[in-house]
Design a protein around this ligand. Sequence first.
Ligand SMILES: [Zn+2]
Length: 137
Amino acid sequence: MLIIDATSGIETYIESCDNLPAPYNFHIGFINLCSPCYEKGEIWTYQKAAKPQSGAIGKLSSEVILKFIEKLSNNLEKVVSIGGTELADAILYHQEGLLIFGEVKSAPLITYPMLFYLQNIEIEKPHQKVILTNIST
Ligand SMILES: [Zn+2]
């Protein structure tokens, strides 16, 4: 969900595909490939990736990683994310008074495609973009 928050205009990336598994008819991909087409028939179909800026990914993944460290490390009193242009990404406060300055790298981050079932939307051709104009309840 963090990736969704960090990607501006993500709703414009929702696209139809005939190869989606039932009951889904639309999806968002985070790579430049329609993964349902490739999975079903190894057909390479271009789909523009919905990617947040790398700086946004780094900030979000740093916050997640630091929360894991804080929850899993019993000998830390607190973990403070400082990031930005500071000298370190975080300060870890050890229970014995030590300060540990940390740098967080984002390479382990992976994204998965998101699948949707949207009702009452006419699809004229495969890989058509959907335009969401309002939400009905
Ligand atoms: Zn497709």
